[in-house]
Design a protein around this ligand. Sequence first.
Ligand code: HEM
Length: 467
Amino acid sequence: MNSKTATVPTPNKPIALQIGQWIFDPLGYMKSNFQQYGDIFHAYVSWGSRESLVMLNEPQALQYLLTHDTGNTFTAPGEVNEILEPLLGRQGLILLSGDHHRHHRKLVMPPFHGERLKAYGDIIQQITQEVIAQWSTESPFKVRSAMQTITMRVILQAVFGLREGERYRQLERLLSQRLDMTGSPVSSVILFFPWLQKDLGSWSPGGRLRKLGEETDKLLFAEIKERRANPDPNRTDILSLLLQAEDEAGNGLSDQELHDELMTLLVAGHETTATALTWAMYWIHSLPEVKENLLAELDARSDESDPLQLIKLPYLSAVCNETLRIHPVAMLTFPRRVEEPVELCGYQLEPGTLIMGSIYLLHQREDLYLQPQQFRPERFLEREFSPYEFMPFGGGVRRCVGAALAQYEMKIVLGTILSQLDLALLNQRPVPPARRGITLAQGKPVWIQNKGPRSASQSWKQQPVTK
Ligand code: HEM
């Protein structure tokens, strides 16, 4: 880094206009600032009223930021994520800071790794098979809702150990409704303007959000109460582990802490993976050569019934990576705060400044990804990218706790669907990306027609894709 001591460039458009563009056209906002200012610039995304923060997309500076975010130079404060409080509550991982955050992460991480994760392989495959068995050949279906059904079942199983029952069905319905309230660029406005969250009666967005919140809470607290009353040491779901967890003083988590942690995992773990799966289905079925390569790889497996074989397939992994690169579900990392004067990309940053990594801009850099607008899985087979060149799950102390589960799930769900069914994409036009709450999802529904079971001998060429 050189000795330039200039301050970080600031776009000179009116702040209200910038916030408006960030809400309704987040990619356009980031791209135009990148074209004008490059690696680092101030941005207005409504955090903390009218204050700006800094967006960064240069890999070396991102590496420095995310390998120094626990110490004296940067921190990863949770309170600045308050935009998510209406959805998640105040005491879940995303809104916690410092030691409290570190302690909760230690409790939450184990079920997402190693042997525990492997045990989910069979469950994910079974859930996928159950869901696709319901897909009719009579009429087309929206891919997003089908994927949401799968990811909701997987996360309810991982978090609660719940697969069936009335409470499960009610939770599924209520969570979907609650998330749909911020599910388009227009309805996302409620997240960015907290006064819209005020309860002004049952007709108002704030009133509906409160009512849905109360109904979900009732179910979650009932489940917590039941499980406290009937502890089962053999259960390995996250709720069971959190119920047993105690700090050094022997104190366990309160009902409210448990509730907020469960809500965080349910929301973060279900929507994001469903969006990524929907994009993957879209790309695979719009690009015949990608589908052909994938089917060839799937058909060459020695044992189709073993979901763990899917995890190791190179082309399937490359398709999942390219899906997460081209339209990263999380456009930004959570904010990190500067704690002592520091230089990044040659600019001086003062204590108190908030910095977010722009995952989208990083993944669109032409110096890393040739023709970045093209979906080309081969780029992940041709070279290895560092964790700061390709980072769909962020990094540092807040790196996504569900990253391994999400990647596992994507491969098993896609591998299972593709090897069993012959599907065709019905969209006649390209599907653009658009904001969904704080994430990036599809701007239009992706429609698919089930053409019936597929056998390994059946070539995709005999069943042309309708486009
Ligand atoms: C394709 C799917 C997913 C994507 C793209 C994604 C992406 C991300 C990103 C970018 C972050 C912020 C990292 C940072 O600031 O450095 C994050 C955090 C987080 N993710 Fe994910 N995620 C996905 C799936 C999941 C799943 C399946 C779960 C849980 C079951 C989950 C739970 C979380 C939680 C709890 C955090 C906050 C961690 C903390 O504050 O310490 N995510 N995710």
